[in-house]
Ligand binder design. Structure first.
Ligand code: ADP
Ligand code: MG
Length: 500
């Protein structure tokens, strides 16, 4: 190990840049491993970085508007609502809540918009474009890890340990490294929503609290726990409870007839009234058995502010991303305003990479041909509407995958052109060992917002902020990026005018 490796590992260990190992039978010890991290910051275009940050408030507005438009969502998700069990389960929850009548007009969004730089050919460095990989509306993770690794790179840059940058020379100095405060921004958004909920209404409860449903056997506590700790540390404290979802949630939570969601904290016989249900679970299809659906109905029909609502979650489906890219669709949700100098629709549209349905429309039939042919499939990635990494089918694997998938299910997938980012160099400390060489990066911009369902059922923004960023880098031969699943590494962009 070099001095840099040791310094990075020690920083990670002392700051909780870790993945917990849950299945471990020695009660006197705790096991964890460092999360993937880059040794050096990776070069990134300063102009495109700033563009991504600037776009976030408009993206927040767009997805708030989509989240309130169940007519449009029903139309866009029509095929999935017939044949995709996950979409069906979520939609059934929405229908139940709609039938009962939504009683909480406020919604909280903690979003993350992911981008890569697109370089159509190696000779076009000046033509780098910002292209959106996906927009996340549910359980957006990585904020804390991003902060810690960002601080680590600042520290390493300050101590002068970067004497041997990767080639080509990487001009690492602190002024080129942006800073992110994602953790405090998310905490502040949660606290604002908590305050907006107001005092408890139910006679059984004397206090309100944020509830954070989490997955059991949670390996990502280092990303989630600091949000909870930060809420308790505010003055006055904002109580925040984690609860394993859905089993323990169902044991400890009830919904009063008047709609309040009441949670019994451990060791307490008195419930707290849930102000905000901050979902860090419920994003996977497998979590939606009978218990998962029962738990989600309880949340969705309650007075708690949802982060996100079921419709907000569905708005993050890849199928929605593809539908928004169809010419004329953005106009349903937003119009250019004079205050921003106009052109906002074009700026958003400019970040869309070509995406196609795989259904029986004209565009879908064309895309099916592209996907089936070995000669053309290499330009694409095939995506289901699932989250968390590991579900996509890449390039040459697409034709064979489609051959063994029943044709009736093809329409649940979308075909997306591969974004071709410039290859840069770095040293990555991954769970599979050290990677030294070509790498690809992805910028995730966090956005927090709160909106009210207003006139005509439309979203009226109450709060709207850009909330920091995460930056991830992977070896260039790796398709996926999930750091938790061991593909990518947290990183910091080193902002430059021009990439080499
Ligand atoms: P998930 O919801 O599983 O995170 P993503 O759409 O983010 O799905 O895809 C996972 C990863 O695959 C991304 O983080 C990115 O590294 C890569 N990827 C996805 N779409 C593209 C694309 N169009 N071009 C290049 N890489 C992509
Ligand atoms: Mg992703």
């Amino acid at each position: 190990m070099t001095a840099l490796h040791t310094a990075a590992r020690d920083w990670q260990l002392t700051h909780g840049s870790l993945i917990k190992i849950c299945i471990w039978d020695d009660e006197d010890n705790i096991r964890a491993r460092p999360i993937g991290t880059s040794i050096f910051p990776t070069l990134f275009s300063k102009a495109r970085f700033e563009e991504a940050l600037q776009l976030q408030k408009d993206y927040n507005k767009l997805y708030a508007a989509v989240s309130e438009d169940d007519t449009w969502l029903a139309e866009i998700l029509r095929d999935l609502l017939i044949s995709d069990p996950f979409a069906k389960a979520l939609w059934s929850v929405h229908l139940k809540a709609k039938e009962a009548g939504y009683i909480q007009p406020l919604s909280l969004g903690i979003f993350r918009s992911d981008y890569m730089l697109h370089q159509p050919s190696t000779s076009m460095a000046s033509g780098l474009r910002l292209k959106q990989v996906e927009f996340n509306t549910m359980s957006c993770a990585g904020g804390t890890h991003a902060n810690i690794v960002n601080m680590m790179h600042h520290h390493l840059a300050t101590t002068g340990l970067y004497t041997t940058p990767p080639s080509p020379p990487n001009p690492i100095h602190r002024s080129a490294l942006p800073t992110t405060c994602t953790v405090s921004n998310i905490i502040s958004a949660l606290a604002t929503a908590h305050a907006a909920y107001g005092p408890p209404r139910n006679a059984l409860a004397t206090a309100t609290a944020i509830l954070m449903p989490v997955q059991p056997f949670n390996i990502n506590i280092c990303d989630e726990r600091p949000l909870e700790y930060g809420l308790w540390a505010l003055s006055p404290a904002v109580p925040c409870y984690r609860v394993n979802y859905p089993a323990i949630f169902l044991k400890r939570t009830t919904r009063a007839e008047t709609g309040e969601l009441l949670f019994y904290p451990p060791n307490s016989t008195e419930p707290v009234e849930v102000s905000v249900a901050y979902m860090r679970a419920g994003y996977e299809a497998a979590e939606h058995g009978d218990e998962g659906i029962a738990a989600r109905i309880m949340i969705e029909t309650s007075r708690a502010i949802k982060c996100p609502s079921v419709l907000g979650q569905l708005a993050g489906f890849k199928k929605v991303q593809q539908a928004l890219a169809v010419p004329g669709v953005l106009e349903r949700f937003m119009s250019d305003s004079h205050t921003d100098g106009g052109g906002m629709l074009e700026r958003i549209r400019g970040t869309f990479a070509p995406m196609f349905p795989l259904d029986e429309t004209e565009a879908g039939l064309w895309a099916r041909e592209e996907a089936m042919k070995v000669e053309t499939a290499g330009r694409y990635v095939l995506k289901p509407s699932l989250e968390g990494g590991g579900h996509n089918v890449y390039r040459g694997d697409i034709p064979e995958f489609l051959e063994r998938t029943p044709e009736a299910e093809w329409r649940n997938w979308v075909l997306m052109e591969m974004i071709e980012p410039p290859k840069l160099q770095n040293v990555l400390l991954t769970i599979h060992g050290v990677h030294e060489g070509d790498v690809i990066s992805e910028l995730g911009v966090f956005g927090t917002c709160m909106w009210r369902k207003g006139e005509g059922g439309k979203a009226e923004m109450v709060e709207n902020d850009q909330a920091g960023w995460s930056f991830k880098t992977k070896a260039d031969h790796v398709d996926e990026m999930s750091v938790i699943k061991g593909y990518g590494c947290f990183d910091t962009p080193c902002l430059v005018e021009d990439l080499p």
